[in-house]
Design a protein around this ligand. Sequence first.
Ligand code: GAL
Length: 430
Amino acid sequence: MRRSLTLIAAAATLGLTLAGCGGSGQAPADSAAPASEATGEVGVFTWWADGSEKAGLDALVDVFKADYPGLTFDNLAVAGGAGSQAKSVLAAQLKAGTPPDSFQAHAGAELQDYIDADQLEDLTGFYAENKLTDQFPKDLVDRLTVDGKIYSVPSNIHRSNVVWANVEVLKKAGVDPNKPADSLEGWFADMDKIKASGKTPLAVAGTWTQTQLFENVLLSSLGVDGYNGLWDGQTDWKGADVTKAIEAYKKTLSYTNSDRDSLSDWAPATQLVEDGAAAYNLMGDWAEAKFAQDGKKAGSDYSYFPMPGTAGVFNFLADSFTLPVGAPNPAGAKAWLSTIGSAEGQTAFNKVKGSIPANTTAKTDDFSDYQKSAIKDFSQDKIVSSLAHGAAVPVAWLNELSTAVSKFGGDGNVAALQDAAAATAEKFAK
Ligand code: GAL
């Protein structure tokens, strides 16, 4: 008995030592060190590399620099919306034992992957020290809590089921911008009119934006319970209602720009709406930040409404920041996390990012009308988890399903997508 305890203790010490090395040959860092003792550089990994997303990050970094003048922020961003490139780069760094000081991860299933792999430090004590637990919505804290422990600090809450529209394009096609469709059928009828006017009805870009469109057609078509059931095993992926939903997705895709796969990311698709080349773009509300950054006015230049058939539902995702096991500068990471969690940090960041603060004490008086409506909706809508943004399923499941969705964009084979999605669910559902 004593021998096995000694072995466990030795293994634990070894684990801590390896973790603390961070692969950089430095002395083991102490993850218990407080933020107030931090010095040096803090390397932060995100995918907010350009445009309005970088502007959001910069606003947060300004608060961080004011909070901690003695620390240097090292921007380790890897471009590619939704982490389409960043997540695999990060996985390689974590595997090699060279993590950044903090990285962006989606609240929900994606975060669970990192927790299961023992890649994250427990931040429960940090929450207690900074009195954070009561400052975040209970729903969100529950989604971040695993076996009573919290492993990340959320920076924001985004909504994925929003359609952004070009007001002039709608008017010219005879579609009333003040009366958005409330069902898929109504939306298809409006898109027929837009097509007849010579414009692209719906702008979309490459794979992850198509997956995001797919998730919202599923949500619209299957309803909240049917959609949730896709991820927890309650909805049969092989069922006739799912076939109908995939057919609706096929029809939705028929209204999109034919060059969708060559658009590098979400921003060029939103740009088509801004430029009046397309009427609609289904996009998470980081699009609000782009419209604002480009000087567009809600109401006259663009409008927004929930994905038809999903009013009263908030398709949720949240970015949150972690302290990886083996971070080179854990005290610096905690300083970063305390700025992120603070009301000031959240106000500065979210105002520019288009999202709403996760910290409910953050001031939002001068947020845009869209953001104020999102704050209200989040407080009263039914909340579901986004597929494309790591909330609903683990990364491996998302990747496999995204490959099938992307293939479907080429062949339009409903049965093949349904079979692939069912097989994937069977493989990954717990
Ligand atoms: C999401 C992320 C958002 C935004 C978006 C587009 O996954 O949570 O903050 O960055 O991707 O890149």
